[in-house]
Design a protein around this ligand. Structure first.
Ligand SMILES: [Cu+2]
Length: 178
């Protein structure tokens, strides 16, 4: 009887443990944009992959590196790319969503300390399910000009997207300087 009870207890515990360990998303290529000293904002980029069978909805994020993190997208408004705060990012079951310069990103607002290249930034992703997930995103220089050295078409497209991101960041910084 004692043996049965302890077996049940063990089974119950391992079930809880494996549930707690199962992260909702696989996060790849997480990085935070290196910004000049004195900058109050930065952005985090990453690829969110959902290996599960249910959609995962990101609704919020938090980091010791910034006072606030907002989920942002870029929208083409009459030919001008504008940054918009959005309430959620849905990662459909079995699919992945890229947060990248010129598109979806997490905006770090009110940096608590200067970001140093290579520094790991801890970001907690919060989901509508109430679950959360910890991500480490190193600070990296996100190239603004990719002209010249890479040569192939991909590099050029890339450079273009970065240029958009760059312009928008300026606009954004001003928007938050109330
Ligand atoms: Cu933004």
């Amino acid at each position: 009887m004692v043996l049965v009870r302890s077996l049940l207890l063990t089974a119950g515990l391992s079930l809880v443990a494996s549930t707690a360990l199962a992260e909702p998303l696989l996060v790849e290529e997480a990085q935070v944009r290196a910004v000049p000293p004195g900058s109050q904002t930065s952005a985090a980029f990453m690829t969110l992959r959902n290996p599960g069978e249910q959609d995962v909805t990101l609704v919020d994020a938090d980091s010791p590196a910034a006072e606030v993190i907002e989920l942002h997208n870029h929208e083409d408004v009459d030919g001008v790319m504008q940054m918009r705060k959005i309430s959620e990012i849905v990662v459909p079951a079995g699919e992945s969503v890229a947060l990248a310069p010129g598109g979806l990103h997490m905006m770090l607002i009110g940096l608590t300390a200067p970001l140093e290249e290579g520094q790991p930034v801890e970001i907690e992703l919060r989901f509508d399910s109430g679950k959360s997930q910890q991500v480490t995103a190193p600070v990296k220089r996100v190239e603004v000009s990719a002209e010249g050295h890479h040569g192939h078409a991909d590099a050029h497209d890339h450079g273009h997207a970065h240029d958009h991101g760059h312009g928008q960041d300026h606009g954004h910084g001003e928007g938050h300087r109330h």
